[in-house]
Design a protein around this ligand. Structure first.
Ligand code: SF4
Ligand code: SF4
Length: 370
């Protein structure tokens, strides 16, 4: 019989006291998208807290099932909203993941992601450059495309570029590399994502950019929350929806029912809720309808935290529930993150409901009157 592997788990150990405040009340069960999907207690927040505690105390070995459970989390943060003990579940999960990776316990899909970023500077392993027809030059405004819009949803980047041109914004693209979000979420080594942070900040600084715009909620969260912990960020960062919300947009009438999916990174993590709704409210004749779970209570699309790569079937099932709810009230579901849009479209491959799923950049560009 192979010997059980107990790991050091130094990072999780630092959060041990917080883990002990879990009362096992189970409130987290009511919101966790993973628990909703598999109804398995170790997959819910309290289960992961117990597993992380066991790893930290060297009472639970890092066997395959423990590793698998600790990666059944999209880092959506919804459980934290419900937790009466205010446990930072996402920090605990990410600390335990970093301990697992350091001990060599890496899921095969994530090993590939880490290798891809090392070799190609993007998690998808893409080597061919994508030409968006915009020069990299000195400008006060920069657009950070992000790997998902660049390699998987390029129409979102193209619409954003078109939109910025129509609004006469003098902007530049950036000689960017992956923002590092995926690596940090899956527990990859700190030096691997700090290297990316430095490369991105240097690339932006070189162009004299004062404001960097994002269409990816995950990239923006990295620059706002994580980059300043490791590197000086001498420029402003904001999401395209924040920029658009301040414009006096002249949009064509669009007599459809529109709903909005709050990306977890933009919503619960960065608290940006009003601006996308303000932008949608500028569309003449459109009827905005809220999903029952919106803003702070929005359900996750299911793709984040390394779930889409390690457990694509779960990511797809979780997304399919969100898309189905949207289809019951709206003709079009808009979001403001290429990764959410991609995963929601993936989810609709299961339920095949009659709804359009679009990024807000695509919708606004389609309707903008020039
Ligand atoms: S809501 Fe918080 S305290 Fe209650 S079981 Fe979940 S993690 Fe523990
Ligand atoms: S962060 Fe989201 S997926 Fe992870 S345990 Fe909490 S509710 Fe579940």
């Amino acid at each position: 019989m192979p010997r059980k592997k107990y790991i050091k788990a130094e990072r999780a150990k630092k959060l041990e006291k917080e883990m002990l405040t879990c009362t096992f009340c189970g409130f987290c069960k009511s919101v966790c998208p993973y628990f909703e999907d598999n109804q398995w207690d170790p997959s819910v927040a309290r289960g992961k807290v117990i597993l992380a505690y066991g790893l930290a105390r060297q009472e639970i070995p890092a066997d395959d099932s423990v590793v698998q459970r600790l990666y059944q989390c999209t880092t959506c943060k919804d459980c934290e909203r419900r937790c009466p003990s205010n446990i930072r579940v996402v920090d605990i999960v990410e600390a335990a993941r970093a301990d697992l990776v350091e001990a060599g316990c890496v899921l095969p899909a994530h090993k590939k992601v880490i290798e891809n970023v090392k070799k190609t500077k993007n998690p998808y392993g893409e080597t061919a450059a994508v030409d968006f027809g915009v020069p990299i030059k000195k400008a006060e405004v920069g657009y950070f495309i992000g790997c998902t819009a660049r390699y998987r949803q390029p129409e979102i980047a193209r619409h954003t570029i078109s939109l910025l041109k129509k609004l006469n914004v003098d902007f530049t693209l950036v000689d960017e590399v992956c923002c590092g979000s995926t690596l940090q979420r899956i527990g990859a080594k700190e030096k691997d994502y700090v290297r990316l942070m430095k490369a991105n900040v240097d690339a932006v600084k070189k162009l004299g950019v004062k404001k960097l715009l994002f269409t990816c909620a995950g990239c923006l969260r990295m620059f706002k929350e994580q980059y300043p912990k490791y590197v000086e960020v001498p420029f402003e960062t904001e999401h395209l929806v924040q920029f658009l919300a301040r414009q006096n947009l002249k949009l064509k009438p669009f007599p459809k029912r529109i709903t909005y999916h709050d990306p977890c990174h933009l919503g619960r993590h960065l608290k940006i809720y009003d601006e996308p709704r303000k932008v949608i409210s500028m569309i003449p004749e459109a009827k905005f309808v809220e999903l029952a779970e919106n803003r702070e209570t929005a359900r996750c699309c299911g793709g984040g935290g390394g779930v889409r790569s390690a457990d694509p079937q779960a990511a797809q099932r979780i997304a399919s529930r969100r898309v189905k709810s949207a289809s019951e009230i709206a003709d079009i579901m808009v979001s403001s993150c290429p990764f959410c849009v991609s995963n929601l479209r993936f989810g609709n491959e299961i339920v095949k409901v009659d709804i359009e799923i679009k990024d807000i950049a695509e919708l606004v560009d389609d309707l903008l009157v020039t």
